[in-house]
Design a binder for this molecule. Structure first.
Ligand code: ZN
Length: 163
């Protein structure tokens, strides 16, 4: 079976950035990463380039920032009063948070730092502006179940998702 829309893919991967040889993320020790194709589970540039692959295929894949975690946009830096966050919340730069817009849609931000009584939140992904270099090996391709398609993510073995 080949990777296509509505298939569930498991793969081993290593991620490096730009021209660096340092592995900043990998499936080693964690087991293969599983995700659903066609539901924004992984960055678009990676998804596009694994379409048509099958179990056993191994590739080096390069993803430009535009198709990865985006290009840095300074207008996505926002300051909120410290009081907006729970009192016992430990503010640590790099920590991810979920915010809600007026429509109730949640979106991710990362703590950039503290300035006086303001907390700076950054809507840019920490890997914005980075060229992503993946080394991947496909370990499983299967059809998604009806429930997985409804939910838009993978269920089952090795999946820590709960309902
Ligand atoms: Zn689910």
């Amino acid at each position: 079976m080949k990777i296509g829309k509505d298939t569930v893919v498991s793969m081993e991967y290593e991620l490096r950035l730009g021209g660096s040889d340092e592995v900043i993320d990998s499936s080693e020790g964690e087991g293969p990463l599983s995700f659903l194709i066609g539901h924004d589970n992984i960055v678009t540039g990676l998804e596009k380039q694994i379409l048509g692959l099958a179990v056993g295929d191994e590739r080096d894949i390069e993803v430009a920032p535009e198709d990865g975690y985006g290009v840095r946009d300074e207008s996505k830096l926002i300051a909120v009063p410290r009081t907006v966050l729970p009192q016992d919340f430990e503010i640590e730069p790099g920590l991810p948070l979920e915010l809600e817009d007026e429509q109730g849609e949640s979106f991710p931000v990362w703590i950039a730092g503290v300035e006086g009584d303001q907390v700076m939140l950054d809507g840019n992904h920490p890997l914005a502006d980075e060229t992503l270099r993946f080394h991947i090996k496909i370990t499983e391709v299967r059809k998604a179940t009806a429930t997985e398609l409804t939910h838009g993510h993978v269920h089952g073995e090795g999946d820590h998702h709960h309902h």
